[in-house]
Design a protein around this ligand. Structure first.
Ligand SMILES: [Zn+2]
Length: 262
């Protein structure tokens, strides 16, 4: 097997095992990097809408990376709201500005979970401890400034990890089953089929709400009711762990990217 074939094989293996994050940056990724002047809520926590989860019934977590923005993020929220579902948003700190922060507030108010996807969406496995800490603390601060609480889960950009990251990031690293929705040529139908094929109790699905990823937002209009018809409750990542009786900080999940089921 030559090197190219080996790399393709390994990438394929990563996707098959459910850690589907692109090894190249999604298109239009870092489009919103304007200086941040987010209005703070002075640490006054918003009150999220309550929803109940029945742990005896199947659960799945839809997760969305690379927001927030004012284009696709609101469409994802519209779809979740329409079907009384929630999801988890792994935010890029640098994408937070006055306008996109409104979408974060809306998501949190709906009962969605807000998590961290770093400040700059760089390959953090190449970073020093100081740089890693700066990425994480600034993103957590920006999120807390909006919703009043800090994120408790982290998804590494490109699922690229290092020992230094594990040593310096005190949040569980969350993976998920990807459906190539970061590739613009993946059709809406392929995104729907990918998620429906991956459906199982305890699954975390890794999708993207980056700025021009409308196909994923449109696919949700089929995915969400389709999963609900099959009896799945769509819950946040925190609720997924709770429903499964798992502690994400336990030794079982230390120093690894977590997929609850494969
Ligand atoms: Zn990402």
């Amino acid at each position: 097997m030559n090197i190219k074939a080996l790399v393709e094989f390994l990438l394929g293996a990563v996707i098959l095992t459910g850690c589907g994050e692109p090894k190249t940056a999604p298109e239009n990724e870092k489009t919103e990097t304007a200086p941040v002047s987010v209005q703070t809520v002075q640490n006054e926590a918003l009150t999220p809408k309550k929803h109940t989860v029945d742990p005896t019934k199947p659960v799945m977590a839809l997760t969305f990376d690379d927001g927030p923005n004012t284009t696709v993020t609101p469409r994802v929220l519209d779809a979740l709201e329409k079907y009384d579902a929630v999801g988890t948003f792994f935010l890029i700190g640098d994408n937070i500005n006055d306008e996109s922060a409104e979408q974060v507030r809306r998501a949190y108010g709906m009962g969605c979970e807000i998590a961290s996807h770093s400040l700059t969406h760089s390959y953090m496995d190449k970073m020093s401890a100081d740089d890693i800490i700066a990425e994480m603390s600034e993103t957590s601060k920006r999120i807390k400034d909006i919703i009043g609480v800090e994120p408790v889960f982290f998804r590494p950009p490109y699922i690229a990890v290092s020992t230094t990251m594990y040593e310096n990031i005190d949040m569980p690293f969350i993976c998920g089953f990807g459906v190539n929705d970061w590739v613009s040529s993946t059709t809406k139908e392929q995104r729907i089929d990918g998620v429906m094929d991956a459906a199982q109790d305890g699954a975390i699905i890794l999708l993207h709400d980056f700025g021009n990823n409308y196909s994923t937002a449109m696919a949700l209009d089929t995915i969400i009711p389709g999963l609900q018809e099959q009896g799945y409750q769509l819950v946040t990542v925190s609720e997924l762990f709770e429903a499964k009786g798992k502690d994400p900080h336990s030794d079982e999940f230390r120093n690894k990217v977590i997929s609850l089921v494969q």
